[in-house]
Ligand binder design. Structure first.
Ligand code: 3HC
Length: 304
């Protein structure tokens, strides 16, 4: 009976306490949008330096957001920044951090076993009502959820880089996801200022399933010598209205990340020509040219 009561009690309960596991680019962005929307957020990483770096990155990004929101009202901008930062807590202990959570969003390394081990541990210590979510861009949500006893409270929440700017949130339902869980995360997505779309647990969901093959086709076009990278980028920006061309986007996302995604799919669907290896991409990654983050990918960048 107590179980029944506790599960019905969570219906319509809104999400106020969020734990984000992983202090990288995506984790910091997710933590930021929750904190700036008035929620209490704990950002967790085993490495103290990573959480501190995340805190600094959030502070810098919040200043850009504040400038945009409040233009010349310095006092309001300052208040927004201080309030948002005051809702952000740092932790290096995931088990301790999830104790008071309503939602846990995982944004750690893209390794199935590591994600499964994390969720398996958290499942035993998180409150019953807590929803678990993964921000994975290429692994099946169902396989990650397998490690837990709460598949009904498990979803994919896929954000886009840069999280504070990109307005989309893909919500991935697995067959076991309950309506209550689904409704709560859809509401939460709106509460952090995102437009939500729903997708089944299919490789790449919506955006990456279209975007990654498109970027790979661009590299193949270049490899055939049909056009230069610069002209392909210009064509897609001015002819199709994309904010970045495919090579700029590859450099922005990271060549290693794109290679990792396509290789994972190729392993699962070897007959699909869209997922075939792309030699130029593989060569650049081998040479350590991973895009903006290393100072060179398809283009060269000034190191910051
Ligand atoms: N934090 C806060 N604000 C930021 C920001 C950040 N990290 N980055 C940019 N902004 C703001 C700027 O302050 C600026 O605001 P303003 O218009 O008021 O001045 C605005 O965003 C535009 O930024 P910039 O002027 O610096 O540069 P651009 O106009 O060139 O925009 C961009 C940059 C938003 C990155 C744009 O080029 C873009 O939308 N590119 C495509 C990004 C994309 O496709 N992302 C998805 C990648 S796939 C993915 O993430 C999935 C994963 O699974 C692989």
């Amino acid at each position: 009976l107590s179980r029944k009561l506790s599960s019905s009690a969570c219906i319509n309960q809104s999400i106020k306490n969020v734990v984000v596991i992983g202090g990288g680019l995506m984790g910091s962005g997710i933590a930021q949008v929750a904190a700036q929307s008035g929620q209490n957020v704990t950002i967790v990483d085993l490495d103290r330096k990573v959480v501190e770096k995340a805190q600094n990155a959030i502070n810098t990004s919040l200043q850009r957001v504040a400038k945009k929101l409040f233009k010349d009202d310095l006092a309001k901008a300052d208040k927004f920044l201080t309030n948002s930062m005051s809702r952000l807590m740092l932790s290096t202990n995931p088990e301790e951090a999830v104790g008071q959570s309503d939602l846990v969003v995982e944004a750690i390394v893209e390794k199935l076993r590591i994600k499964q081990n994390l969720f398996k541990t958290l499942d035993t210590v998180a409150p019953t009502h807590t929803i678990f979510a993964s921000n994975t861009s290429s692994l099946p949500i169902g396989e990650i959820a397998e490690a837990t006893q709460r598949k009904d409270r498990f979803v994919g929440l896929h954000f886009f880089n840069p999280v504070p700017v990109m307005k989309l949130l893909e919500v991935i339902r697995i067959p076991e996801t309950s309506d209550d869980t689904y409704n709560r995360v859809m509401d939460w997505g709106k509460s952090v200022g995102k437009q939500t779309v729903t997708c089944k647990d299919t490789p790449g969901f919506i955006v990456n399933r279209l975007l990654v093959p498109y970027m790979m086709e661009s590299v193949r076009l270049l490899e055939r010598g049909d056009a230069t990278a610069r002209d392909i980028d210009t064509a897609m920006k001015l002819g199709a209205g994309y904010p970045m061309g495919p090579f700029e986007l590859l450099d922005y996302v990271g060549l290693d990340t794109s290679k990792f995604i396509i290789e994972g799919w190729a392993e699962k669907f070897p007959e699909n020509p869209l997922f075939k290896p792309v030699p130029t991409l593989n060569r650049l990654v081998e040479e350590g040219k991973l895009g903006m983050k290393t100072g060179e990918g398809f283009y060269k960048y000034q190191k910051k």
